[in-house]
Design a protein. Structure first.
Length: 198
């Protein structure tokens, strides 16, 4: 096994996200992956670090609506005295221990190994790396999120494919394609905005 393959393997990624990471490492050997599969304590600490910088608003802006998200936001609002990264991380970890695996999967795809974080890079190297990330995301049907809750975080994750019942007029395949396009839409908006800002 090559060093690059071993590095990606250690992330605990699954499916298309694992293939994406392998392809990205081949194209950019110096790329740094900062996070892959996470346990509850890992996710709690990662969230606590961002909350310490951007507050509760970071959670509200970053995560889609789910029972886990609502529970976390309610807990943070009920415990404003917890301000340090360690205190928030411990509190969130204890809270996540009360949640089911399904609840956590709805919160973050890091729990299933279907998400990977990449160290942002500046300058021309960063522009080229980001172009490759976007290209590979389109190739593998993944979603690239360059900012989370106002903070620069290069995050790639699997798209959730929703299917409709057989009784609907649209076929299952058509519905999956529409769901995938909806998932990819933010990537195109981000790409357009990045070119307009130059």
């Amino acid at each position: 096994m090559s060093p690059d393959a071993f590095h990606v393997m250690r992330l605990g990624l699954t499916g298309k996200v694992h293939t994406f990471a392998m392809d990205l490492k081949k194209a950019h050997p110096d790329v740094v992956f900062t996070s892959g599969l996470r346990m509850r304590a890992d996710q709690a600490r990662a969230m606590a670090q961002n909350i310490s910088r951007a507050g509760i608003a970071w959670v509200e802006k970053t995560y889609v609506n789910s029972l886990a998200k609502r529970t976390i936001v309610a807990w943070l609002k009920a415990h404003p005295q917890y301000k340090t990264v360690d205190a928030v991380a411990i509190g969130l970890s204890d809270l996540m221990d009360t949640m089911t695996n399904d609840d956590l999967s709805a919160l973050s795809k890091h729990f299933s190994g279907e998400a990977v974080d990449i160290q942002p890079v500046g300058g021309l190297s960063g522009v080229l790396l980001k172009q490759t990330i976007k290209s590979l995301c389109r190739k593998h049907g993944l979603k690239f999120i360059p900012r989370e809750g106002g903070l620069e975080r290069w995050h790639v994750q699997a798209c959730a494919i929703r299917t409709s019942p057989a009784s609907t007029r649209a076929s299952r395949g058509d519905e999956q394609q529409r769901s995938l396009r909806r998932c990819m839409r933010p990537t195109w908006r981000t790409l357009s905005a990045s070119w307009q800002s130059r």
